[in-house]
Design a protein around this ligand. Structure first.
Ligand SMILES: NC(=O)c1ccc[n+]([C@@H]2O[C@H](COP(=O)([O-])OP(=O)(O)OC[C@H]3O[C@@H](n4cnc5c(N)ncnc54)[C@H](O)[C@@H]3O)[C@@H](O)[C@H]2O)c1
Length: 326
């Protein structure tokens, strides 16, 4: 099969490209490299096993003609291209909204035109400010005011979900909506506020590990390999069409405990420093205290759920960071 990955030079996209190549498919990537990186896909492009199987297009999904060609020739589309990361959204409030709303509309419109199955990448952020656990797909959403730009990421992805479901219900478009919870692993950059690569980087440079607020907020983390396996299986599961599905890990950890574990695993001499939210994000920010996914729906549809332990995830990220430094 030919698979089109929008945002395929990004963190999740490059791992998904690798998995689809391993499975014997041809992979087409369109990425404007705004937060992605050519080095994420270069090793795959240079790998003799994948000669003539990976096609990289340095372009934006807003280039309608290019996207039309690519959607036309591919069998399936995984739409990952987006403005991602809290810091990035706060720094680029308008362009982020355009990318996440108009960009997704363009992708859905072309998939409808050619009747191509498409997976839309959504996020656990759509649940908003809720602290019960687990969060399941039928739960409501709770946001702060529109004057707080941090909610625009959640709201834009929620609009993507509504639009995708609209195309499914009104136009019979085969569409799957995946709500990723914090996904981590090799190649993720800490530049845009992702907590594990940021803390690992600080620990390895022996800089203070900066934990925001009182550090008691909790998260679960998904290894990117598990997230990718979930996507591949969901794209093959007929029952997933027209459905919203959580993809997330199982082990809940406070950010303070996370920082302690990273410090210990890296053998770092860094102190752990608590920083008030209003110092890190002078405006427009509110955090969620807890975010734990229910993954029964994913398991019911695919027979799979992410189970990689946090220790194994951290070992992998640290090993990758050390190798990149060497
Ligand atoms: N990593 C996570 O923890 C996480 C959590 C929830 C949701 N997601 C979603 O998963 C998807 C992938 O995220 P990621 O973590 O790999 O982030 P990423 O930033 O590494 O990937 C996004 C990619 O999209 C590209 N892109 C952005 N605008 C584009 C445009 N106009 N045209 C073409 N390419 C464009 C970027 O260059 C980048 O390569 C996103 O839709 C994101 O919202 C990720």
């Amino acid at each position: 099969m030919k698979i089109l990955l929008t945002g395929g030079a990004g963190f999740i996209g490059s791992h998904l490209a690798e998995r689809y190549l391993e499975l014997g498919h041809k992979v087409y990537v369109i990425d404007d490299l705004s937060t992605g990186c050519i080095d994420n896909v270069k090793p795959l492009m240079e790998d003799p096993r994948y000669e003539g199987k990976l096609f990289f297009h340095h372009d934006s999904i807003f280039n309608g003609e290019k996207l039309l060609d690519l959607v036309g020739i591919c069998d399936r589309v995984v739409h990952l291209a987006a403005a991602v990361g809290v810091q990035y959204i706060l720094d680029n409030p308008l362009s982020s909204l355009k990318t996440n709303i108009q960009g997704t509309e363009i992708v859905l419109g072309l998939c409808h035109r050619f009747q191509k199955k498409v997976l839309i990448a959504s996020t656990s952020e759509v649940y908003g400010n809720q602290s019960h656990a687990p969060l399941v797909e039928t739960d409501g959403c709770a946001y702060g005011p529109s004057t707080k730009a941090r909610w625009s990421y959640a709201a834009s992805k929620l609009m993507d979900e509504f639009m995708a479901l609209g195309y499914h219900r009104s136009m019979d478009l085969p569409v799957v909506i995946a709500r990723f919870f914090n996904t981590v692993g090799p190649r993720q950059t800490g530049r845009y506020g992702m907590v594990i690569p940021r803390l690992v980087g600080q620990a390895m440079r022996n800089e203070p590990l900066t934990v925001y607020g009182d550090g008691r907020q909790t998260r679960t983390f998904t290894h990117v390999k598990d997230a990718v396996e979930s996507v591949v299986r969901l794209m093959d599961a007929g029952g997933a069409e027209g459905e919203v599905i959580n993809i997330g890990g199982a082990e809940e950890v406070s950010i303070l405990d996370l920082a302690r574990r990273i410090k210990e695993k890296t053998g770092s001499h860094s102190e752990i420093r608590l920083i008030p939210y209003d110092v890190v994000f002078p405006k427009d920010f509110e955090d969620m205290q807890r975010r734990v996914p229910g993954t029964d729906k994913l398991f019911g549809l695919t027979g799979f759920r992410p189970l990689t332990k946090l220790d194994a995830i951290l070992d992998d990220v640290i090993a990758h960071s050390r190798a990149a430094q060497a």
